[in-house]
Design a protein around this ligand. Sequence first.
Ligand code: TYM
Length: 330
Amino acid sequence: HERILSGMQPTSDSLHLGNYLGALVNWVKLQDDFDAFYFVADLHSLTVPTDPKVIRARTRVTAAQYIAAGVDPQRSPVFVQSHIQEHTELMWILACLTGFGEASRMTQFKDKTAKGGNANVGLFTYPVLMAADILLYDAAYVPVGEDQRQHLEITRDLAERFNQRYKKTLRVPDAYIVKEGAKIYDLADPTAKMSKSAASDSGLINMLDDPSVSAKKIRSAVTDTETVVRYDPEAKPGVSNLLTISSVLSGTPIPDLEREFEGRMYGELKKHTAEVLVDFVTPFRARTLELLDDPAELDRMLASGAERAREVAARTIARVYDRVGLLPIP
Ligand code: TYM
């Protein structure tokens, strides 16, 4: 089986619906056909100053949600990025191949620095660390949402550059972005992507929130002034977002939903979407809380995931160090 790998930052007390529908759903499915590795990108989360205790708690919560969603840690190693020192080691090698201008052009960096705030060098080198995460494991595919596409492109560029300079060493990965769900929008502002950093959380669905709170947010979702339930992301972003959410959560194709809601009011589509969400989130939340109830067991699972990840990572870094010309330890 070919390898796939992906990760999420532990930057919140809960994943949001965009994380779930854009990435995690696919992680679960892909386990059947790929040798899958999933990690918690705790090092990446340090670009935003956070209370150390909070980071630790969020790292466990994030891993627990992977498993609650259906990632099977027996089959697919689940691990914590900082447990594998090779991530930062490979990052340095790749940083030395990254152009200053190239890194400056990353939209995430540009957006975050444009908003003012204190940009740090970690934020600047963020994509290089992400490239290291991926290349360390010879990943063929990386299942992510649309917002990570540019990071996958620089990862490919760096792998190709390394291979060209030193000879074929790194697997050049492809992004695996499933069109439906690749970008989930804010319910209150359906032209903006759903994000934990939105100005208001009225359009943000946290997977671990009380389901009745999330249902209410869906019932208050912004739509449009027409009355036709039709998938048209340009003209009808709010309605299309609701259709996407119900479709991915329930496995019902969008055209079937359009037919089902033909001639019916938006309120009915919202009610249906809220129900589908509550049905999914209720057991998901219970499973997550159950896993968090036994942190020692969760930590053991992460340790065993790290052990399997380390085997692959150690081989790659040894190969890379050799190619680059670093003197081996005698
Ligand atoms: P992060 O933690 O911001 O997001 C985790 C995943 O959720 C997806 N996502 C969305 N998908 C659809 N609609 C949305 N509104 C939405 N918001 C977020 C993201 O695309 C992502 O797949 N840099 C990464 C973490 C990372 C990583 C890696 C990923 C670090 N190293 C190596 C893959 C491989 C990030 O910040 O994702």
